[in-house]
Design a protein around this ligand. Structure first.
Ligand code: PLI
Length: 460
């Protein structure tokens, strides 16, 4: 803690700044038109406060930047790989580490190895790239998260928990042989960055073990999940983040990881596993899709930055400030009557677009329209997490219709100041004040894969 009188303050000071461009409303109207009302298609130099994602948008420390100078750029056997491997083994505890260019690289390797045509992969709510790779490998995702996760007003402290009865019924229905593994995300991004409890993770492990089913963790924001366990779970308050993280990983057979989140870097990921045969296969497949197993599509310097990031991210002062900033914005919004997902998760504040724009049906893409309005109003970039992100059902071809129709304000780590946060709150409040006048959108271009990234819209 920086001072003893506050729960948190940024445990760093700023050594270099990146200047922002000031735009007019006319500039933003024309930028949004060019972007087809999709915030993913905006040029970032037209955005002042970029809350699109916390992925790869973190500010690295002076220690990470200096570690990059030690990057060993050897094609094979890079010393940087061995330093990263040691850091991952120490903190995550898995036996084998295969670096990948980012999280979806690890998801690709895992799905390719384990998912066969007709398989079912249960998970605590879907994530876009994770499910896409399961489907690409011939599998089908089945949601086994607790019902509270789909209810933005539920204050359940662990909305990322797996519904054990749903999982058990699924195993009975399709048979354990059709389930290559259970995919457990910590935290659950699409539910609002909601954590899973240690107790639930232990129960998932026990249940799947009885049926001989593996568990793979999506550890992308597992350190943030560990923070919530220490903060909220009975009997866990005395433990360190590192200790809890280690136990979470010990309850799985491996993990996929997007280091672009928890690990405070701009690029990187890994697949970690305990099974030696599977690890050999992953290293081999990695050569095809990522790069040799000691660099995985990354530069040696990227591996160094990740290794340092692991230790910095486990510092409790870092995590208090990180989660504290997200809560600061969420609490200010909630206090002024803005409908948000509760409780506030780790990486983002999620606006409930259905409640924000009750006059728009889901076919008018309310969350997409709200994200566009936030940009027009205050040069704040956010992301749709609703019907557009959910995509189409591969069997019926119809839109999937998630109950959650959300706009995500995602906070990059160590990037924005409290004044920026105040601008965000002010922007959302202004849009809320004119919400009844906001019109919906229609989709005029729909890409086949992960459509939310590149879809284009026009006002109704
Ligand atoms: O963007 P990648 O390929 O490094 O990672 C994919 C990925 C996997 N799991 C989870 C929980 C994620 O949140 C995730 C990526 N998330 C992004 C890009 C986001 O904006 O949330």
């Amino acid at each position: 803690m920086v001072t003893s009188h506050r729960p948190w303050a940024e445990p760093y000071r700023i050594k270099m700044v990146e200047l922002l461009r000031v735009t007019t409303r006319e500039d933003r109207e024309s930028a949004l038109r060019e972007a087809g009302w999709n915030t993913f298609l905006l040029r970032s130099d037209m955005v002042a406060i970029d809350l699109l994602t916390d992925s790869g948008t973190n500010a690295m420390s002076d220690r990470q930047w200096s570690a990059m100078m030690l990057g060993d750029e050897a094609y094979a056997g890079s010393a940087s790989y061995y330093r990263l491997e040691a850091a991952i083994k120490r903190r995550y505890g898995y036996a084998h580490v295969v670096p990948t260019h980012q999280g979806r690289g690890a998801e690709h390797l895992l799905s390719h190895m384990l998912v066969k045509q007709g398989d079912v992969v249960p998970g605590n709510m879907y994530f876009t790239t994770t499910r896409a790779h399961q489907e690409l490998a011939g599998g089908r995702f089945e949601d086994v998260v607790i019902d509270e996760a789909h209810d933005p007003s539920s204050e359940h402290p662990f909305k990322g928990n797996v519904d054990l009865a749903k999982l058990e019924r699924l195993i009975e229905r399709v048979g354990a042989r059709r389930i290559p593994y259970v995919c457990v995300a910590a935290t659950v991004n699409m539910a609002g960055g909601q954590p899973i409890s240690l107790e639930n993770l232990r129960a998932v492990r026990a249940l799947t073990k009885r049926h001989g089913i593996s568990v793979y963790l999506d550890a992308t924001r597992a350190m943030e999940n560990a923070f919530f366990i220490v903060e909220r779970e009975p009997g866990q308050g005395h433990r360190t983040l590192a200790d809890v993280l280690h136990e979470m990983c010990s309850l799985s057979d491996g993990c996929t990881m997007s280091a672009k989140k928890d690990l405070l870097v701009n690029i990187g990921g890994f697949l970690a596993l305990n099974d030696a045969t599977l690890a050999d296969e992953a290293r081999n497949l990695g050569v095809l899709f990522e790069g040799l197993h000691t660099y995985g599509g990354l530069a040696g310097r990227d591996l160094e930055a990740m290794a340092v990031g692991i230790e910095e991210a486990l510092d409790p002062a870092h995590m208090r400030a990180r989660i504290g900033q997200v809560r600061y914005v969420a609490d200010a919004l909630a206090a002024s009557g803005v409908p948000i997902v509760k409780p506030t998760g780790g990486h983002a504040v999620f606006l409930d677009a259905r409640a924000f724009l009750p006059h728009l049906s889901q076919d008018a893409f309310p969350a997409q329209a709200l994200a566009a309005e936030l940009y027009l109003e205050g040069s704040v970039r956010s992301m749709e997490r609703g019907i557009v992100s959910a995509g189409r059902d591969p069997d019926s071809g119809e839109h999937r219709r998630p109950r959650l129709e959300l706009v995500r304000l995602t906070f990059p780590r160590r990037v924005y100041t409290q004044a920026h946060c105040d601008v965000v709150v002010d922007t959302v409040q202004r849009v809320l004040a004119r919400a009844p006048q906001i019109r919906g959108l229609r989709m005029v271009h729909e890409p086949r894969h992960l459509r939310f990234f590149q879809a284009r819209f026009a006002p109704l």
